[in-house]
Write a protein that binds this ligand. Sequence first.
Ligand code: GLN
Length: 286
Amino acid sequence: MQTGLRARDAARRATRELQEAGVPEPGASAEILISELLGIRRGEISLYEPPLDDEQARLYEAWIERRSNREPVQRILGRAYFRNLVLDLNEETLIPRPDTESVAGSAIEIIDRRGGGGVVLDVGTGSGAVAISIAQERPSATVHATDLSKKALEAAERNAGENSAAVHFHHADLFDGLAILEGAVDLLVSNPPYVEAGALEKLAPEVRDWDPRWALDGGPDGLLFYRRIFEEAPPLLKDGADVVLEVGDGQGESVLDLGQDAGFVPLGLREDLAGSPRTALLRWDG
Ligand code: GLN
């Protein structure tokens, strides 16, 4: 029981517990969870005087127990931070990754280079992270987003509302039934499932056991959704449309090649904050 402990001591004790359970970066999890519990910033933990009351102590203990079982912090809290956004999650949304922030950043740079505005389509939006960031940071753009999961779309719609962003959501398998966007899209962006099916079991438990499988599974070679995107997107694209795709480690060149085979112009790869090629850029010249 951690009743009566100060935040700093509760977090220390929890760090040890998580470490013993083999959780990676135990201090980070313990500190994020205590600061979210108390509504303080991580840097304020050691200055925070009031001891945990019974209810806080019980809740913190339950959270640490869940984290010991490798449930990700964002699932425990039910929300994630992405660029300027706080996003609600549910069991059908992938946890938005920091890597993907740079994909949204590339899309925003392209919108600026194109002179702002335009029609943007985010395919497989999940929690809405990319679409909502674009709509919020570049309100002159008209943003559409699709997902196959109705439950994910519920979270995405709520997230758009809570972040005061206008996004048009569509329930669709990639581009299916999006006739209203025929020939209208200036910028296509997607973070599709791209993990090789055979590698799914080797993922960290936080991903393997807690992210929706279909949001990860890119088929036997991980490239299934890139092929489908290149094949199915053209009817929706304006001549000169830009395409911004998140790619997995080592997939960049293959994705550019697949695009080229399908008639797209490969423009290159952009790195994420960790320095890995994470975004493939292409153009559709009709
Ligand atoms: N980046 C995710 C991971 O780390 C994969 C997400 C995806 O398939 N788009 O597993």
